[in-house]
Design a protein around this ligand. Sequence first.
Ligand SMILES: *Cc1c(COP(=O)(O)O)cnc(C)c1O
Length: 368
Amino acid sequence: MPKARETVLEIDLNALAHNYKYLRSKVAKDVKLMAVVKAFGYGSDVVGIAKKLTELGADYLAVAYTAEGAALRKAGIELPIMVLHPQSFNFEELIENCLEPSLYSEFVLKEFIETAEKLKQKHYPAHIKFNTGLNRLGFSEAETDVVKNLLTGTTAVKAKSFFSHLAASEDWREREFTLNQIHTFKRIAIKLYEELGYRPMLHICNTSGIINYPEAAFDMVRTGIGLYGFGNEEAEDNKLKPIGTLKTIISQIHQINKGDSVGYNRAFKAEKPTKTATLPIGHADGINRQYGNRRAGVLINGQYAPIIGNVCMDMLMVDITGIDCEEGDEVIIFGGPQHATKFAEKGNTISYELITGISQRVKRRLIE
Ligand SMILES: *Cc1c(COP(=O)(O)O)cnc(C)c1O
């Protein structure tokens, strides 16, 4: 593997393939897999990821917003794509790009039907979302009649699936709550498809749902974080492979004296002669100020170097006293031996936020 010469997020497509196969193995063969690639593929490289997922045999992709789906179409991705959170003003663009909407309220369902009729669509596939406890998006159980009446009143739109989303699938203390969500979803779905006279696909599991509630896989599962190598618990983290390694280099080394300070606000003051390295990565790249002042560190030639002082916009400084290294050497921020979950904890956050927060300024490099 070539050494980093600037800040770069390396994305290991073999790790993606490993994770894909692992998650597939958790559910029955005929269960479809929807790969969630929202937010630039959880901060990786959405086109590279989507191409690899196509090759691996993913059945569906999901993005959050219409523009994300349109960008995938522009890049030549042909898999069916569900848009989790479209707005009504997006519906023409959505149909023009052969994207499939999640419809979560009476307002958006009505608006979508109106747009589909205007564009002379026939049985345009849509995914009806039910709220079973997350209280974020979705029709309530009391609204199933609204859904039935709107769907039976048109031939422009047809339900391709019914789905819901789990609130705490990774948390064993919330097992009863989760089972209740699954139960509620089943009850809503059965009532509605019996009334409609056809059975759309059903799905409720995200990554932790696949791992902890495989019996609730229904017809399809939706996995995001697991594909990128995170299992939301240590035992699962050990079976998955994080696809991303964030690397940078040493731009400059300073030898400072006792009493000297480092960085803005003089937040670090040397209590003894100290060797420091300045790295070209900062909060504008997604390493926020929470990680500063020794809360997190980086790996240089296998050795741990704590971040000192405040993280700047484009740079941060680390203490390399006693570490054998020179300007130009490669630095690992997270990935490899420094697990991103552990790094995220030091910034009081979780892997999801850390990896999706790596800004678009950081180069992505696919490796296979
Ligand atoms: C983001 C998202 C997912 C993926 O969840 P993971 O925990 O990353 O597997 C699945 N379903 C919906 C509705 C989502 O918004």
